[in-house]
Design a protein around this ligand. Structure first.
Ligand SMILES: Cc1ncc(COP(=O)(O)O)c(C=O)c1O
Length: 450
């Protein structure tokens, strides 16, 4: 494994900057610590290979989309089948019905399904649906949670804004360009605090359509949910006639086929899922109770459609992903590899006296540099206060030239989310921990320069 930053990478970046703002095709491709995007040549199994011939064990897994790793033979077969059939879009097939049946079998909330292309599109549709079903406008979300980049929800993902005595947080958009009026219908509350939520519900209930949440917020670390809290949220929504939306775009398939809703034993009214369900293909889904889903067109007047929605290739890939996730042993392997990694890294924190810890659930994890008490993971504000971003940067700066790929997705307030794929092995973890042992031993005096 060679050095990151060899010539071809830099040359491509210089060229890219002439044609794309910031030299990237999507803002998130930029790697803050590397100082440019990483240009890949190819990927296979658990490995990435960059244009300079460097090999990395991948711990980003395409922001969670690559749960099944790269170049998976069964996904290749699904692609081949779509190619043979003409790889069309904008038509339904018998496979769409097969897919809907699989979702119903797997996700407790999935009485009916509607397909779309991205997580952002799915949450946009679910919120629209909740509004039309209830005839109300306001959506409550939680500080630190992320549900896609649209004006209807992208607030307070990576800020700790002004908070009142009841736990309601001033809505602050995460991008410029949002109309001021949209924040009138997005309210933010601290998570894992039922009193704060009860208070907000009481305040807004005359016009409250939905509560949306990430059942485990991997978008600000691995922000775990207290099970009891989730049950209380469910009861509250039932009592007040509020649509409960679980955004399982990351948690979907992450720790069990039934996802976080089965893991916690709490069933939402609507679910959004994307990323892992399609094994990296652009597909997302809104799943939910028949009574609500039937508000969608052509039955109802809530319109949700699109040229690429349910294109054949991602549909066939998703059928394969759901089938693989249901096979015996699939999650045993993920647990075994994940636990070896998370446990091994926690031992390294201890061994080298580096402040922090790792929390992993299923195939995804967060590294909490600077946060010594794992109980703090349940509190976004405590983590935001304690997180040592400098230590995190130094860690990643050492991982890259050592052939361990961690993208830099941490916001100013919270740790990043990372992950393994089903093609990672315990041998990958052993190699990783050996390298990390040396990396952790240096953390005290590593400089961030590549
Ligand atoms: C929980 C959650 N919801 C929605 C989204 C948006 O998904 P996409 O990037 O496919 O639009 C993401 C993306 O990271 C996510 O993590």
């Amino acid at each position: 494994m060679g050095q990151v930053g060899a010539n071809k990478q830099h040359g491509l970046y210089e060229e890219a900057k002439k044609y794309m703002p910031g030299g990237v095709s999507a803002g998130g491709r930029y790697h803050g610590i590397f100082g440019q995007p990483l240009y890949l040549d190819r990927a296979s199994g658990s490995r990435l290979y960059d244009v300079d011939g460097n090999e990395y064990i991948d711990y980003y897994a395409c922001a969670g989309a690559a749960l099944f790793g790269y170049e998976h033979p069964r996904l290749r077969a699904a692609i081949d089948k779509a190619v043979e059939k003409g790889f069309f879009m904008n038509f339904d097939t018998e496979y769409h019905i097969e897919l809907a049946k699989l979702f119903r079998k797997i996700f407790p909330s999935a009485e009916k399904m509607r397909l779309c292309n991205t997580g952002t599109e799915a949450t946009l549709g679910a919120i629209r649906l909740a509004r039309s079903y209830t005839g109300k406008d306001i959506v409550i979300k939680f500080e630190g949670h992320f549900h896609g980049m649209h004006e209807m929800i992208w607030y307070n993902h990576n800020t700790t804004a002004k908070i009142d005595q009841y736990g309601e947080v001033e809505s602050v958009p995460d991008s410029l360009g949002f109309p001021d009026v949209s924040k009138e219908v997005v309210k933010n509350v601290v998570f894992n605090d039922i009193d704060a939520l009860e208070h907000a519900v009481k305040k807004y209930k005359d016009n409250l359509a939905a509560i949306i949440l990430e059942p485990i917020s991997f978008n600000c670390g691995c922000y775990a949910t207290r099970k009891e809290y989730l049950e209380q949220v469910r009861e509250l929504c039932d009592r007040e006639g509020i649509v409960l939306i679980f955004d399982e775009v990351i948690t979907g398939l992450r720790m069990s086929p039934g996802s976080a809703q089965l893991y916690y034993g709490v069933t939402p009214d609507l679910t959004t899922a994307a990323k892992a369900i399609g094994g990296g293909f652009p597909i997302s889904v809104i799943l939910g109770k028949e009574e609500i889903m039937n508000c969608l067109n052509p039955l109802g007047k809530t319109v949700m459609s699109g040229t690429y929605s349910g294109a054949l290739m991602p549909v066939l890939a998703t059928i394969e992903c759901l089938n693989m996730a249901m096979e015996p042993g699939f999650y045993n392997h993920i647990e075994e590899v994940g636990n070896a990694l998370y446990g091994g890294m926690n031992k390294l924190f201890e061994k080298h006296g580096v402040p922090g810890h790792v929390r992993g659930i299923g195939a995804r994890f967060a590294i909490y540099f600077g946060v010594e008490n794992p109980e703090d993971d349940f509190d976004f504000r405590k983590v935001a206060e304690k997180m040592d971003r400098n230590l995190y940067k130094r860690f990643i700066a050492e991982c890259l030239p050592n052939g361990l790929f961690f993208h830099d997705t941490a916001g100013p307030k919270s740790p990043a989310h990372y992950g393994i794929t089903s093609q990672h092995t315990v041998d990958d973890v052993a190699i990783t921990l050996e390298k990390m042992d040396k990396i952790f031993s240096k953390l005290g005096n590593t400089k961030v320069s590549l």
